[in-house]
Design a protein around this ligand. Structure first.
Ligand SMILES: Cc1cc2nc3c(=O)[nH]c(=O)nc-3n(C[C@H](O)[C@H](O)[C@H](O)COP(=O)(O)OP(=O)(O)OC[C@H]3O[C@@H](n4cnc5c(N)ncnc54)[C@H](O)[C@@H]3O)c2cc1C
Length: 418
């Protein structure tokens, strides 16, 4: 017997931070919404990240262009960035455009656009945190961008100051003494830090997504655990075939993070997408020692996040095929450096977590209507800041789908910019 077709106003494919936030906003607007994922919500990229709601991240990560950094990247031994030639080949076109968009003139155009989106980040998380009763997961004490050399610290501060002025960010410069007051157990390698005051940290990123899902359900939203097998236009709307049966709706939102590209190709779109993979591992703290803040070792390129599950070490970027087997050298290299900086004890996970940041060649997510299909909407490519930008994306897409004027200009984020 064939399974009955589930019918809603809108289907949202992908229940990471982005899809869940969209589903929440659409349900709040009175739509019947089916949120579909093959796993429990928030169990992929939105689970394994560093958990910072990055209000400070107005400047997206550019491709390094100075000769010194490139020469250091080439031998493939840096902690912050590694590459695997196969992965570079597969994404060569998108990476070339990423490189071009990182040139000063192009980047200067992109930065204020990106900042306009980041400007909504904490403000849009706040009501969702309240609706989800998830305050206990969120800390509003900021995070530390830590430096080892006076030269790099001063150079970074010189860049930060005008950005903070232009985009209204608040930060504190902590010299060694002020840093030790906050973090008494960091080694002497740490000479100072920037305390980003406007940003929030989350002690269980997957847990926050799960809490948002409960808020969505309380609005009447439906969660369907199913793997998508195909999607097609049917009559006035869309039909999605899944392993749990068919679904139909007038409108369809594609929010499948690093898997979005798999479906775009089938619909005839060629967008410049690629992934930056990352790993994490949890550690115990040594007996009687503490780590009070999220700390990024900025000159090395990894992050330590004191979460519920332990101190989560997250790595920088690995340019590799999304599905290639893990290569744990980068994580091991980060761990070796981190052990000299912070009082890490034993590893807590049997195997490291691996995920993939869904990136675009101009560093901005794709949010808006599909250029050639009525009733199809895109929301993916949030790169390094998808955990930060989920709720803002939900609000903006809701406004666009209901034909309202969005809170910010969405032209820089629509798919037809490519
Ligand atoms: C190491 C690391 C650290 C990071 N740190 C931060 C940070 O501190 N702050 C920040 O803002 N961002 C951070 N990020 C980035 C952030 O995690 C991502 O941008 C974000 O999670 C992307 O969310 P998403 O909802 O688009 O994708 P995902 O969370 O990956 O969700 C996509 C969903 O689609 C589902 N799916 C895929 N295919 C199918 C199918 N066929 N059928 C059904 N379902 C399917 C998947 O199961 C998945 O749940 C980090 C990323 C990494 C890797």
């Amino acid at each position: 017997m064939s399974k009955e077709c589930d019918v809603s106003d809108t289907i949202v494919l992908g229940a990471g931070m982005v899809g869940v936030s969209i589903a929440y906003h659409l349900a709040k607007r009175g739509r019947s919404v089916a949120l579909v994922d093959r796993r429990e919500p928030g169990h992929e990229t939105s689970f394994g990240n560093a958990g910072i709601i990055q209000r400070e991240a107005v400047a997206p990560y550019a491709f390094p262009r100075d000769a010194k950094t490139l020469m250091q990247v080439l031998p493939n031994r840096r902690v912050d960035i590694r590459y695997r030639p196969g992965g570079m080949m597969e994404s060569a076109g998108a990476l070339l455009r990423y490189w071009q968009n990182s040139a000063p003139a192009a980047y200067a155009r992109i930065l204020p656009e990106y900042a306009s989106l980041i400007g909504l980040s904490t403000q849009e998380h706040a009501p969702m945190i309240a609706a989800a009763g998830a305050d206990a997961l969120v800390s509003r004490n900021g995070w530390l961008e830590l430096y080892r050399t006076a030269e790099a610290f001063e150079a970074r501060l010189a860049k930060v100051e005008p950005l903070a002025r232009q985009f209204g960010l608040t930060y504190e410069r902590l010299d060694r003494a002020a840093l030790v007051e906050r973090e008494p157990n960091l080694s002497e390698d740490a000479i100072g830090a920037i305390l980003w005051r406007d940003s929030w940290t989350v002690s269980d990123p997957g847990g926050l997504v799960a809490a948002y899902v409960e808020a969505f359900k309380a609005l009447g939203g439906k969660v369907i655990k199913a793997s998508v097998a195909s999607l097609e236009q049917a009559g006035e709307g869309w039909r999605v075939e899944t392993d749990a049966g068919p679904l139909e709706a007038a409108e369809l939102v594609l929010a499948m993070g690093p898997w979005s590209g798999d479906w775009l190709g089938r619909l005839g779109y060629r967008l410049p997408l690629f992934v930056k993979r990352g790993y994490h591992m949890h550690f115990a703290l040594q007996e009687g020692r503490q780590l009070n803040h999220w700390v990024m070792d900025a000159e090395v390129g990894y992050l330590l996040a004191p979460m519920r599950a332990g101190v989560r070490l997250t790595t920088g970027a690995e340019l590799a095929n999304r599905d290639a087997a893990p290569d744990l050298d980068q994580l091991d290299a980060a761990e070796a450096v981190a052990r000299k900086l912070a009082p890490l004890g034993a590893r807590r996970d049997d195997t490291p977590w691996k995920g993939a940041r869904p990136c675009t060649s101009d560093m901005k997510p794709v949010i808006g209507p599909a250029p050639s299909h009525e009733g199809l909407w895109f929301a993916f490519g949030h790169g390094h800041q998808g955990f930060t930008l989920g709720p803002a994306t939900g609000r903006l897409l809701g406004e666009m789908m209901d034909g309202e004027a969005p809170a910010i200009d969405m032209a820089p984020f629509r798919a037809d910019r490519f």
